[in-house]
Design a protein around this ligand. Structure first.
Ligand SMILES: Cc1cc2nc3c(=O)[nH]c(=O)nc-3n(C[C@H](O)[C@H](O)[C@H](O)COP(=O)(O)O)c2cc1C
Length: 403
């Protein structure tokens, strides 16, 4: 079931960051409603938040229309938690003293759910004994503060008082966000290509963009899993709420995966990376010089990470999902790969054609498991990832009924 979060926005420059926060909260699977102080509405228009959240924005405690649409007590009963971001010094003072003279403070006073604040203010305001004393009062009443962080402030000064970036706020809220069917499960995902060096400036690689693996990491996160993503070099931002380990070569990817499994075996392993099958036998220490002669490269096999993980003994072997990129006959070749690698679920896709596969934003998958198969038709990779995660959940719980 969707969880409700009520986002309160106060009047500081950081209010513009809260628009992004609405989007990220929705991506985490939350239903979001927004309330704003009068000062906040001078910084960012309520219309922005109304458009993003899809709900009217509460701005005025004493407005008859707003009160009859969803009164402040009903608004206080709606969320599963309240997040105030940015929280001004003035707002912290108001709730520390139990004031209720605007919609945010009245709702917070009437709420019975956890309240979290992401303060944002000038360093001197933050360090002022009045604010520090309010902070202590709030924390002693169970109100949790997220940040503030250090850094450059809107006023041009630098120091403590910066509102955490929206993705940092999401990370801090993670433990209370653990909702969804994979709640309590951990997932290890690999994504992107690997680069196999020939010399310090050249490498062998492939066309994998990492889009599918990153979308899968995000979809697994949204399904409640705590996700670690081991990624080859890609031009994608870290997915929110996901631990990202960056690697370059197949050997580094293997080491990162096996180290993570030996530290804390995950429940799920999703091998989406296009790991190079071969690497140059010798990587030259200096740049290889051009000559008139042709050149022959000698390649050596890289380890097969998926096969290695799938062969782990029970207890440390996760539920294994593999990908197969083929240019033809994907069902037969995918089935061969599934058996040979011993994976629980194999997602085969066609690559090298005009549509789908590497680099494209869309893809289609043929899913194969021991006693079944299914087709996921061509669709955007984010939607495909969500559909695949539903399948993974189904197969994972079929194989691990006690989980
Ligand atoms: C340009 C500008 C930026 C401001 N930024 C902040 C800020 O980052 N943090 C803060 O606590 N107050 C800030 N203030 C002061 C608040 O807007 C002011 O205290 C206001 O009364 C807060 O109202 P609210 O708590 O009801 O939103 C700023 C004021 C101005 C004019």
């Amino acid at each position: 079931m969707k969880k409700n979060i009520l986002l309160g926005v106060c009047g500081g420059v950081a209010a513009y960051k809260s628009a992004e926060l609405v989007r990220l909260l929705q991506r985490e699977g939350f239903e979001v409603r927004v309330m704003m102080t009068a000062a906040a509405a001078r910084f960012v228009g309520p219309l922005t938040f109304q458009a993003l959240s899809g709900h009217p924005v509460a701005t005025n405690l004493l407005d008859a229309d707003q009160e009859s649409a969803m009164g402040h007590i009903r608004l206080a009963r709606w969320p599963d938690q309240i997040l105030i971001a940015p929280a001004t010094a003035h707002f912290m003072a108001r709730i520390a003293h139990g004031l209720a003279d605007d919609i945010l403070s009245a709702v917070c006073l009437a709420a019975r759910v956890p309240i979290r604040l992401a303060p944002a203010m000038n360093t001197a305001m933050w360090l002022n004994p009045a604010t520090q004393s309010n902070r202590q009062v709030l924390e002693s009443r169970g109100i949790r503060l997220l940040g503030p962080g250090q850094g450059e402030l809107a006023c041009g000064e630098s120091g403590e008082g910066r509102m955490l970036d929206p993705d940092e706020i999401i990370d801090r809220l993670r433990e209370t966000f653990q909702t969804g069917p994979l709640q309590g499960q951990s997932a290890l995902v690999t994504a992107g290509p690997t680069r196999e060096p020939l010399d310090p400036v050249r490498f062998i690689s492939n066309r994998s963009s990492g889009k599918m693996g990153y979308a899968l990491a995000e979809a697994l996160r949204s399904a409640g899993a705590s996700v670690t993503l081991v990624s080859g070099p890609v031009a994608l931002p870290a997915p929110p709420g996901v631990e990202l380990i960056r690697v370059e070569t197949a050997l580094q990817m293997r080491d990162a995966v096996m180290a993570r499994i030996s530290q804390a075996p995950p429940g799920l392993f999703v091998a989406c990376a296009a790991v190079a099958d071969y690497r140059p036998e010798h990587a030259a220490s200096g740049k290889i010089k051009k000559t008139d002669a042709n050149m022959t490269l000698s390649l050596t096999r890289n380890p097969d990470i998926l096969t290695e993980v799938a062969a782990l003994p029970p207890g440390s072997r996760p539920f294994c999902v593999g990908f197969a990129a083929e240019t033809e006959d994907i069902r037969r070749l995918g089935e061969e790969k599934r058996r040979c690698k011993g994976v629980d679920l194999l997602a085969a896709n066609l690559v090298g054609g005009p549509q789908g596969g590497f680099e494209d934003n869309n893809n289609a998958l043929t899913l194969l498991w021991a006693d079944g198969q299914a087709e996921l038709p061509m669709m955007p990779k984010r939607e495909l990832a969500a559909a695949l995660v539903s399948f993974i959940e189904e197969r994972f719980f079929a194989c691990n009924p006690s989980s």
